[in-house]
Every structure is written in structure tokens, then in C-alpha cells.
Design a protein around this ligand. Sequence first.
Ligand code: CA
Length: 228
Amino acid sequence: MGQTILVVEDDARIADVIAKNLEAVGFECHQSPDGGRALADFARLKPALVVLDLGLPGLDGLEVTRRLRRDSDVPILVVTARTSESDKLLGLELGADDYITKPFSTAELVARVRALLRRSGGTLTERVTETAGLRIDPGRRTVERDGQPVPLTTLEFDLLHFLATRPGRVFSREALMEHVWGSDRVVDDRSIDSLVSRVRRKLETDPSKPRYVQTVWGAGYRFPEEGA
Ligand code: CA
């Protein structure tokens, strides 16, 4: 059996074309016609990758991306008919791994899917992150530093896990708010700053010289790449 790919697309004709082409090269495809069903299908099927249309009725693709990223680092390939660069960038900031713009060639689609699966190492969606003395387990939602458990709240864990699984990338406060709180809550920049402070107090040996959640002046926050 091939790896399972979830194809989230409300246009049945396009979904069929995508699924047929991926099945032709050995993947199993499941189609979800809207965002709500996509989240349910994802939880049930645990696919190796999600091909996700941004323009969906109800929960749109950006919202689906944000919700998937709360618990999973499954590779997400965003498909967009939107010409706006900001949508693509927001998709990537929210945690999508790559995007492809309609109309696209099926060969390009298959190549992108294969490249993402290679990068992700296959089917792991609840990968434990171990870096710089930290062990972050998204399945158990636990963090250990040098073998000692560090109790974090859900929000604190989400922030740390989001940054630590994207080392070296700088995220603006807006992007972090979108990811950690979600667009349905109203928070401001200070909410992110105080969340970061709490994570540092619990995690860092010297919170004034953070080793894990670092400030990039004028830009936002990042988790450093290993060895950096
Ligand atoms: Ca659509």
C-alpha cells in the first residue's frame, strides 16, 4: 500500500485530476470537499501529506493549515488560485511547507509531493524534536531540558513546538498570534511578548540570554538552528 495523501479541494473535477495523478504513481488518495471534513478525515486517516486548496467554503485553507499545525507537522502543499502573494506567504508562515499555483501541470504537482515527502522523512506526523538539550514530544505534549521535565501550558507548548520545528526561521508576532491563538481570538503584541517571557522563565537557564526562543529585533522570534 502506498502512502496516503489527503486531497482537500471543493472542486470535484480538480480533486479527481489531482487524485488520479497521485494514484498513478502509487499513492493512496482520499478526497475531502471542505475544511471541516478535512480536519476530521485527517484525524482518522493520519495521511503522510495534505494537498490543500486555499479557496474552500466554510473553513478556508489558511484556517485548516493553522488547525493542522496545532498538533501535526504533516507536510502541507497548498494549492491556490489566488494571485495574492500575501495569501501564499501567510500560508507558509502558518506552517504550510510549499505551494503550487493553479493552473499547474500534474508533473509539477507529483514532483512537489515527492520532494516534500523526502524532506519530511515520510509518514511521521508526531515527530519528537530533540535539539540543544531539549526533547519536545508533541504526542505526549511534554518538554524535557537535559532530561528534566519542564511543565508548560498548552499555549506555551504550542509556541515552543511551532518555533522549534522550524529552526532558524523568524516569525513575526502576527504570524505567531495566528498560529498559537488562532484568528478567532483577539490578542495584541504584548500577549505574545508575555507568552515568550513565560516560556523563557520556565525553560532558560538565563532568561536574559535566551538560548531557545530568541528575539530578532524588529522582526520577531526564532528558535536557533542547531549549532548556531
Ligand atoms: Ca476551491
